[in-house]
Design a protein around this ligand. Structure first.
Ligand code: HEC
Length: 152
């Protein structure tokens, strides 16, 4: 009997949790802040790698592998924050983000592809290939910013 009560209670709790996530409206201003935070963290973990690829900092394979794994997670975070409801919130996102969603999605896909290649390269021991993967990833950041982000 007890077991049944407990699992019914659990189902209710879980059910309530799910519907909260599915139906609660996150304020547009909050979404903008969250997507900008994810971007800022991408900058934090990509920056040192860019310096290594450019020979401006010593190459450290363990740092590259660690940062690449964080970028792998971070690279999935910003996009749901570019919800149509945030269109009129002041931010550095250009109107093209909301007008040309297919192109914006394509830029995300290219970025994900490049992150995946860096993760793979960082598991090997080829410094040249890893640096090339960092450079290629940087191009996908810049490529999207050129089209979708106001010039800082
Ligand atoms: C698919 C497009 C896209 C890709 C790929 C992308 N960005 Fe961005 N980034 C944006 C947009 C759009 C903004 C402006 C967001 C806003 O103001 O709401 C932004 C903002 C930023 C910011 C400023 C965040 C802040 O504090 O407001 C940083 C830093 C940044 N990006 C770094 C990166 C780095 C580093 C990469 C690659 C590792 C990257 N971005 C990849 C679109 C992209």
């Amino acid at each position: 009997m007890n077991k049944i009560f407990i699992s019914a209670g659990l189902a209710l709790t879980l059910g309530a949790g799910y519907s909260l996530t599915a139906f609660s409206q996150v304020k547009p201003e909050v979404m903008v802040k969250q997507r900008q935070s994810a971007m800022a963290l991408q900058g934090k973990y990509f920056g040192p790698l860019a310096l290594m690829a450019q020979g401006k900092a010593p190459f450290k394979a363990d740092v590259v592998a660690y940062n690449a794994s964080l970028l792998d997670a971070l690279s999935r975070m910003p996009w749901d924050g570019f919800d149509a409801s945030t269109k009129d919130v002041k931010s550095a996102a250009l109107p093209a983000v909301f007008a040309d969603t297919a192109k914006f999605k394509d830029a995300q896909d290219q970025f994900h592809g490049a992150v995946g290649k860096l993760v793979a390269a960082s598991k090997g021991s080829d410094e040249g290939a890893t640096k090339a993967a960092i450079g290629a990833l940087g191009k996908t950041c810049g490529g999207c910013h050129d089209n979708f982000r106001q010039k800082p």
